[in-house]
Design a protein around this ligand. Structure first.
Ligand SMILES: NC(=O)c1ccc[n+]([C@@H]2O[C@H](COP(=O)([O-])OP(=O)(O)OC[C@H]3O[C@@H](n4cnc5c(N)ncnc54)[C@H](OP(=O)(O)O)[C@@H]3O)[C@@H](O)[C@H]2O)c1
Length: 247
């Protein structure tokens, strides 16, 4: 919605076509395209990219936002759950970036954005696979930024926290079932997703390498503590892991 407000022609993509149509209905009118897909269907991605290129003529910005989280101890979590999180959060962006790079190189410009999290900057208990996946996208984008800088292709990672969404409800438990319930941020106290989107688009226009949108200052504290002394954060997270209210 924020990209459309800024005048972009937007391709909306996720698995649920009805939800994509609902969002398109709320967007500033434009030549937008709804393209349902599963980001783990890697073989289908080059075909989808070709469809976008045929429809739009070019791809200026790719936003890899699809993601899934976790609420379980590593030792109890099945490797299937661990792998699914990596498949969506790491292989999904890698496959999309791989598919759009030829077009961006051909046109001599591009901006690739991958949604990370504060969990991409420090380890958080009960989110081992999620943390591993979000740390991985920083490594991926940092390496690709260096490789493609001479080609005018820019890479940004979005470090976000506490934006209202269904991320908690959609998070995996140890056995692969979904939590099914929103967190307090997801329900009420988080930042409105549209407001967060507007802020992100504003910052993305500057092509910043890392963009921080942390809606609740408490979620942002470890981000800054970690820069001063990682050990403070390690100890804080160890206490959090033993806390009864942490899930
Ligand atoms: N909300 C926050 O405070 C927060 C904090 C840190 C990071 N993040 C990150 O922000 C991103 C968006 O999450 P959210 O908070 O908006 O959570 P969400 O409400 O659970 O939304 C997840 C989105 O990803 C799509 N998706 C999930 N699996 C997919 C798949 N296999 N293929 C295609 N699309 C898929 C979902 O659409 P379908 O179900 O229709 O496919 C949905 O649009 C994620 O990368 C998440 O890790 C969010």
């Amino acid at each position: 919605m924020a990209f459309a407000e800024a005048g972009a022609r937007v391709v909306l993509s996720a698995r649920r076509a009805d939800e994509l149509e609902r969002v398109r209905g709320r967007m500033t009118a434009g030549e937008h395209l709804v393209l349902p897909m599963d980001v783990t269907d890697y073989a289908a991605i080059p075909g989808k990219v070709a469809q976008v290129n045929a429809h739009m003529g070019r791809i200026d910005v790719l936003v890899c936002n699809a993601g899934v989280s976790q609420r379980s101890r590593f030792a109890e979590t099945t490797l299937d759950v661990f792998r699914t999180i990596i498949d969506v959060n790491v292989m999904g962006p890698a496959a999309h970036i791989h598919a759009v790079l030829p077009a961006m190189r051909g046109q001599g410009s591009g901006h690739i954005v991958v949604t990370s999290s504060v969990a991409g900057k420090f380890g958080i208990p009960n989110r081992s696979a999620y943390c591993a996946s979000k740390h991985a996208v920083h490594g991926l984008c940092d390496a690709l930024r260096a490789e493609h800088a001479p080609e005018n292709i820019h890479f940004s990672t979005l470090i976000i926290a506490a934006v209202k969404s269904s991320v908690n409800a959609n998070a995996f438990r140890a056995d692969g079932s979904k939590v099914g319930k929103d967190s307090k941020w997801g329900r009420g106290s988080g930042m409105d997703a549209v407001a967060a989107g507007r802020l992100m688009v504003k910052k993305l226009a500057k092509r910043e390498e890392e963009i921080v949108v942390v809606a609740d200052w408490r979620a942002g504290i470890p981000l800054y503590q970690q820069r001063l002394s990682p050990r403070i954060v390690y100890r804080r997270m160890a206490r959090l892991a033993q806390s009864k209210w942490w899930s």
